[in-house]
Write a protein that binds this ligand. Structure first.
Ligand SMILES: *Cc1c(COP(=O)(O)O)cnc(C)c1O
Length: 391
């Protein structure tokens, strides 16, 4: 299995067949497991093996299949599946930090990630320093000999800044800090984050892993020691585990993720290139475009620009007019879905931020985030061009 490519692992890794030898992974909708004897129960609570389960909050065969499959794809030793992406982000951080610890984080974060770092961790006595994630000198200045962890999104939402995983990891490792990466926008398909230096990789499985807008989920990936020694005890006692039914959906999502995400990224690239050359918009932001400030880094780190692009219509009124004119692309706030989705960050996902913070992060009133789905690329471009023509 170690020599398999990602696409093969996405279909076969982690499979556990029952005595019936089913082809499709079984859904074990059971919260508990039976022991043959009282002695066997006692033994399992002392030490349970890879295929020995106690309670679904601790683990379950369907959940274990999902954990093993995505860990294999990511090149991580192990993984712990969680109820949502936020359970994964908060679990990865809180399981390893204690009062008095210091963390350095990129400032451009998904709103809920910012809440964990700014409100939750600091309330429990963790000191957090925020930096401009694209500025390596700022990381270097903020990381201290006592820094325990660094946290960032490899591609920021919604302004699509790309952060240098290898360079930040090098700075963090020099002081023994753990690199925790929220890798949603890179997706498991375009990620080589562990090889590039990240110690812990977190995904919201809600996005590209499900890929069809059905369920919330998340995964924390890392070394066996970190996952089983630090994350599992915290997650199993605090209750953020994934449900077996969700794990089955995510397993099925992984089988097709390579095909979906590569098709979505190709369409995103085509649309970004076309809209940029049309010249009708104030700005087109896509890491795959040559005009993107981190274009070279994107190519080296991810090999592709991803499935999301952002456009600036110039004003909130223009952005709203554009959104309301779209016929195929739906107005919502998920991303990575088969359905293309348009979001106005300033009034929805990033509404809670102050105007100054939004300005500092580049979230302008005219900014529209486009998550490109699986529709026909020409139909999507025509939908956008028609909406833009009406401005
Ligand atoms: C969506 C998202 C999350 C949170 O995931 P949920 O599954 O919604 O809890 C965290 N980080 C990033 C970058 C996201 O896009």
């Amino acid at each position: 299995m170690k020599t398999w490519k990602k696409r093969t692992k996405a279909v076969h890794a982690g499979i556990r067949r029952s005595q019936y030898n089913e082809v499709s992974e079984a859904i074990y909708l059971t919260q508990g497991f039976v022991y043959d004897t009282a002695e066997a129960a006692e033994a399992r609570f002392i030490q349970s093996g890879d295929d020995e389960f106690i309670y679904a909050r601790y683990g379950n065969p369907t959940i274990a299949m999902f954990e093993d499959r995505i860990a294999a794809m990511e090149g991580a030793e192990d993984g712990f599946a969680t109820a949502s992406g936020m359970a994964a982000v908060s679990g990865a951080l809180t399981s390893m930090l204690r009062a008095g610890d210091h963390v350095v984080s990129a400032r451009a974060l998904f709103g809920s990630c910012l809440y964990i770092l700014e409100e939750v961790l600091t309330r429990f006595g963790v000191e957090v320093t925020f930096v401009d994630g694209t500025d390596l000198a700022a990381w270097e200045a903020a990381i201290r000999p006592d820094t325990k962890a660094v946290f960032f999104e490899s591609v920021s939402n919604p302004t699509l800044e790309v952060i240098d995983i290898a360079a930040v990891s090098k700075l963090a490792h020099a002081v023994g800090a753990v690199v925790i990466l929220d890798n949603v926008f890179a997706t498991p398909v375009f990620s080589d984050a562990i090889a590039q230096g990240a110690n812990v990789v977190v995904y919201s499985a809600t996005k590209h892993i499900d890929g069809q807008g059905r369920a919330l989920g998340g995964i924390i990936l890392g070394t066996k020691e970190f996952i089983r020694g630090t994350v599992e005890p915290y997650m199993k006692h605090t209750g953020g585990s994934m449900s077996p039914f969700t794990a089955w959906m995510m397993l099925k999502g992984l089988e097709t993720i390579e095909l979906r995400v590569r098709a979505q990224a190709e369409t995103a690239s085509m649309i970004a290139t076309a809209l940029e050359s049309d010249g009708q918009l104030t700005q087109v932001i896509y890491p795959g475009l040559e005009t993107h400030p981190q274009h070279a880094l994107t190519k080296a780190q991810m090999g592709a620009g991803g499935t999301v692009l952002s456009i600036d219509a110039g004003s909130q009124a223009a952005a709203f007019k554009l959104l309301n004119a779209l016929e195929i692309i739906t107005i919502s706030n998920n991303l990575g879905d088969a359905k293309s989705i348009a979001t106005h960050p300033a009034t929805t996902t990033h509404q809670r931020l102050s105007e100054e913070t939004r300005a500092a992060l580049g979230i302008t009133p005219g900014l529209v985030r486009l998550s490109i789905g699986l529709e026909d690329p020409d139909d999507l471009l025509a939908d956008l061009r028609a909406a833009i023509a009406g401005l």
